[in-house]
Every structure is written in structure tokens, then in C-alpha cells.
Design a protein around this ligand. Structure first.
Ligand code: NAP
Length: 242
């Protein structure tokens, strides 16, 4: 029997990259998956629903409909996220800060709060962090802050959940080739390609396998944190390029 037969899952940011690959991996193991994103036409999950994690009403609507259609929830993957720009902090703007923090931090917290009452015993929350949430690097202050916040929130939530049968994992990837860089550099293809030049980066599927590993452990095993990097990467900025 597939490892997640009979289970249900919500994946935020399932329209691309890590979220899309995670949705595929969960479904492959038998889970019924509701995927959410703003680009609903890009969603390939069994249940596709529009979701803007920065918008409280959109999140409420999404969770209500997803739970209705899934008939309960076992796995929440809080994956939606983005960074904007690679500039010194003094070139940051109110609008960019709000977008990044609202998406990566508040969106994740909001979705967790809305989903928690529906998560069945034995359920699991997976938060997509980043190695940027473990080690700061230059010209990324707001993104770094957002991912440190994800790690802090996850640690604190673990304390609140202690004694309840809900597992909680953060997956912290390094360099992954996805749409992330295109979004970060606002569609500038040249800049978006540069981080992946001369290096064999992680693929979204590699990270999806980490999520799958965490959610398919025996019920008494909690994978607290999973850090996964390309072999040629030792830190957010130290990369051995050919
Ligand atoms: P991606 O290909 O750009 O995917 C990002 C996903 O987030 C998309 O599905 C996007 O969907 C969704 N999203 C963005 N804003 C949203 C919003 N307001 N509401 C709902 N969904 C939203 O990038 P990715 O690499 O897969 O990133 C996924 C996660 O991994 C992020 O949290 C990112 O910080 C993290 N991460 C990425 C890397 C990397 O190197 N790529 C490394 C470490 C961690 P729509 O645009 O359709 O809404």
C-alpha cells in the first residue's frame, strides 16, 4: 500500500517549483492533495483552489473549501514564499518588505492557524524554510529575516503543540532551480540565471523527497529540521562553480 493512502494534504504555493513537486510526491504516495496559489491555471493537483496567503479572506475561503472537499486534513505544507531583489538593505522599499514578510511569515502563520483546528491526530505540518533562515548573507536582509522568522515560529509552535499528536518539520533547502530566482529578479532572465551558473543545483523534486521522508516516518518519529543543499554549496553564498 502507498505510504499516504487515505491521507489528505494541503500544499500552498503548489503552482510551481518545490510546491508543485511536493504535491506530485504526496499524490504519488496516495494522498489526496489540495493545491493553492494565485496562478490557479498552473495548479495540477486533484483539488485546485485560488489562494493568496497575504489575504486573510482568500486564506479562509481556501481552507473552508479545501477541508470540505478533502473531508479533513492530515498534512499541511506551508511552502508559498518568495524573496525580492538582492540589494543592500537601504535600497529596500516599504512595499517589497510588506510583500516578503506578508507572504513568507504572516501567510505561513495565518495558514497554520486556520488549518490547525482541522488537522487530525497523527497529522503533520511542514514549513518550508531556507538555509537563509540559518545563516545571514549580504543583500538579502528581508528574505533572511523572513526565513529566520519561519524557524522561530516553528520552534515556538513545537512548544505549544507538545503533547498533541501533530508532527512539525522545517525543511531548509539551499540553492534550488525553480521560478524563485525569476520572481526575485522581477523577470530579468539574465539575473535569474546567474545563481545557477556553473553549479548543479537542487531540483524541486529533491526537496519534495525530503518532505515526503518527513511525513512518512512512523507516528512517534518527528523530523524537526531537514537541511538540504547542493553538494557544491557550503553556505548561502559559498558555492564551488565550475
Ligand atoms: P517558485 O517556483 O517561485 O514557487 C513559489 C510558489 O509560491 C509559487 O507556487 C507561487 O504561486 C507561490 N506564492 C508566492 N506568493 C504567493 C501568495 N501570495 N499566495 C499564494 N502562493 C504564493 O519558488 P520555489 O523555489 O519553489 O519556492 C518555494 C519555497 O521554497 C519558498 O518558500 C522559498 O522561500 C523556499 N526556498 C526556495 C529556495 C530556492 O533556491 N529556490 C531555497 C530555499 C527555500 P503563485 O505565484 O501562483 O501565487
Amino acid at each position: 500500500m502507498a505510504a499516504l493512502e487515505g491521507k489528505t494534504a494541503i500544499v500552498t504555493g503548489a503552482s510551481s517549483g518545490i510546491g508543485a513537486a511536493t504535491a506530485v510526491a504526496l499524490a504519488r504516495e496516495g494522498a489526496r492533495v489540495a493545491g493553492g496559489a494565485r496562478r490557479i491555471d498552473q495548479l495540477k493537483t486533484e483539488i485546485t483552489l485560488e489562494l493568496d496567503v497575504t489575504d486573510a479572506e482568500s486564506c479562509e475561503r481556501f481552507v473552508d473549501t479545501a477541508i470540505d472537499e478533502l473531508g479533513g486534513l492530515d498534512i499541511l505544507v506551508n511552502n508559498a514564499g518568495l524573496g525580492l531583489g538582492r540589494d543592500p538593505f537601504w535600497e529596500s522599499s516599504e512595499q517589497d518588505e510588506e510583500t516578503v514578510l506578508e507572504t513568507d511569515v504572516h501567510g505561513l502563520i495565518r495558514m497554520t492557524r486556520l488549518c490547525l483546528p482541522h488537522i487530525r491526530d497523527g497529522g503533520h505540518i511542514v514549513n518550508m524554510g531556507s538555509i537563509a533562515g540559518r545563516q545571514a548573507y549580504e543583500n538579502a536582509a528581508v528574505y533572511v529575516a523572513s526565513k529566520f522568522a519561519v524557524r522561530g515560529f516553528t520552534y515556538a509552535l513545537r512548544e505549544d503543540l507538545l503533547g498533541r499528536p501533530i508532527r512539525l518539520t522545517t525543511v531548509d533547502p539551499g540553492l534550488v532551480e525553480s521560478n524563485f530566482s525569476r520572481v526575485r529578479f522581477r523577470g530579468d532572465e539574465e539575473k535569474a540565471k546567474a545563481p545557477y551558473e556553473g553549479v548543479d543545483p537542487l531540483r524541486p523534486e529533491d526537496v519534495a523527497e525530503c518532505v515526503l521522508f518527513a511525513v512518512t516516518r512512523p507516528r512517534h518519529v518527528n523530523i524537526d529540521e531537514l537541511v538540504v543543499k547542493a553538494l557544491a554549496q557550503s553556505s548561502p553564498v559559498r558555492i564551488a562553480r565550475s
